[in-house]
Design a binder for this molecule. Structure first.
Ligand code: GLC
Length: 426
């Protein structure tokens, strides 16, 4: 890296040392304990009421995946001893995302429209709803608050499974009776049960539009549920780790937070995930222009807020670099330095993700090793080099035990859809 770029990134505290990452890991571990003990904590640690699944049912299930940017609905065939088959996938933009604003009825009508293209009558529905949602014992869930800049009024505080059932009944005259609402991180965990068995633990990790983790917890450790509470011996915990606030923030992060629809929330997510990463990078690049590390031509190319997208960053950090979106206006002579500055923002994201995983690995303890990390999300799998940075950093923060690895990273095709189906029949 050029000396000027390095000096700038060091002065602005974009580079995080391994010692800083260890501090972040330890803070997150403490926040996990607080969330298991009490409601209303920064890291919510939401019980999902999904036990480790056996994944050996023979059923056809409808899976609906409402994520950060898109919604997908599919029919999933589960057969004992065989790979789940995802057939007939229908996709649309997520209502209320991408600058659009909708009301509750429109939101669920659009989801129902997608589901109604499939033979859902008489089949269980696994509804992946990737927002902080309190899960109820009847498997419905109440949205606590929107994240990822979604704007759909009247949904917060209401039951989302019921919202979908009402909308399907409005369309079709029939009401679905079996809807399981689950987080995408929990779906990733459930999908893992089709691949791994045995005593090792598992973590569901999402690094896409948003970021979050889930893992299986022992009932007695979830002390906020009280003694003798109903529920399985082990159940998935949706951490909602995107709201963790223990990562040191730069002035760029603080300014971005103010420009968001929900200032003061999702501090870690805003430093890490795809919905925000382009804008973080844009602000840091503007800072580099201010310090003379990049020229005014680069500054002008990225003058418009939210104009730089995570996909543009991916193209730039590829080898050889490609320029797309607003970056096509960047002069050739400055591409190398721009790539260093943007690369540092991407690297910070991946290293923070590793610190988060290290906290969960430490929490699970050595007996759970090797832990299967089911990773899902466009940033993790499509940003060049991203997964490799997460893995090497995690190796440093949670070193192998002799020759035994502490973790292994798994990719499962259509993890959300498969996991939704598995959880719906477990
Ligand atoms: C946001 C949501 C969380 C979800 C994550 C990844 O952090 O609040 O529920 O799991 O994005 O999609």
């Amino acid at each position: 890296m050029s000396d000027r770029a390095r000096q700038f990134l060091e002065d602005q505290e974009i580079l995080l040392s391994n010692d800083k990452l260890r501090e972040i890991r330890d803070r997150l571990r403490a926040a996990m304990q607080a969330g298991l003990a009490r409601d209303g904590q920064t890291v919510r640690m939401i019980p999902a009421y999904v036990p480790p699944c056996r994944g050996d049912a023979e059923r056809e299930v409808i899976a609906l995946d409402a994520g950060g940017t898109n919604v997908r609905a599919a029919l999933v065939r589960l057969r004992p001893g065989q790979e789940p088959e995802v057939v007939d996938v229908h996709k649309a933009a997520l209502p209320g995302a991408n600058g659009d604003a909708v009301d509750r009825e429109t939101f669920f009508d659009r989801l129902a429209e997608l589901v109604d293209q499939l033979p859902w009558q008489g089949r269980p529905i696994g509804f992946v709803f990737s927002y902080p949602t309190r899960i109820l014992p009847d498997r419905d869930g109440i949205l606590l608050r929107w994240t990822k800049e979604v704007r759909a009024s009247g949904v917060e505080g209401t039951r989302v499974g019921e919202g979908l059932a009402d909308a399907l009944e409005r369309r079709d005259g029939t009401r679905p009776t079996n809807i399981t609402v689950l987080n995408d991180t929990v779906a990733a965990l459930a999908a893992a049960s089709t691949r791994v068995s045995g005593t090792g633990g598992a973590i569901g990790l999402i690094v896409g539009t948003g970021t979050n983790m889930a893992y299986f917890e022992q009932a007695e450790a979830i002390t906020k549920l009280g003694e003798g509470a109903d529920g399985p011996a082990q159940q998935a915990i949706n951490m909602e780790s995107g709201n963790f606030d223990g990562v040191p923030r730069t002035s760029y992060d603080a300014a971005l937070d103010e420009a968001c629809g929900d200032p003061g929330h999702q501090a870690m997510e805003k430093m890490v995930s795809g919905r925000y990463l382009g804008e973080v990078a844009r602000r840091v690049v503007r800072g580099a222009v201010g310090k003379g590390v990049l020229s005014g031509d680069v500054g002008r190319a990225v003058s418009e807020p939210w104009s730089l997208l995570a996909a543009d960053l991916s193209a730039l950090v590829e080898t050889p670099a490609r320029l797309q979106g607003v970056l096509t206006a960047v002069p050739e002579a400055e591409v190398a330095t721009l790539r260093e500055v943007v690369g540092a923002v991407v690297t910070r994201s991946a290293r923070v993700v590793a610190a988060g995983l290290a906290a969960v690995l430490d929490h699970l303890g050595l007996a759970a090793a090797p832990v299967a990390i089911v990773a899902e999300g466009t940033l993790f799998w499509q940003m060049p080099g991203y997964g490799a940075i997460v893995e090497t950093t995690l190796d440093t923060l949670a070193p192998p035990l002799g020759s035994d690895p502490r973790f292994l990273v798994l990719h499962i095709d259509d993890a959300n859809l498969v996991g939704a189906a598995v959880a719906a029949v477990s």
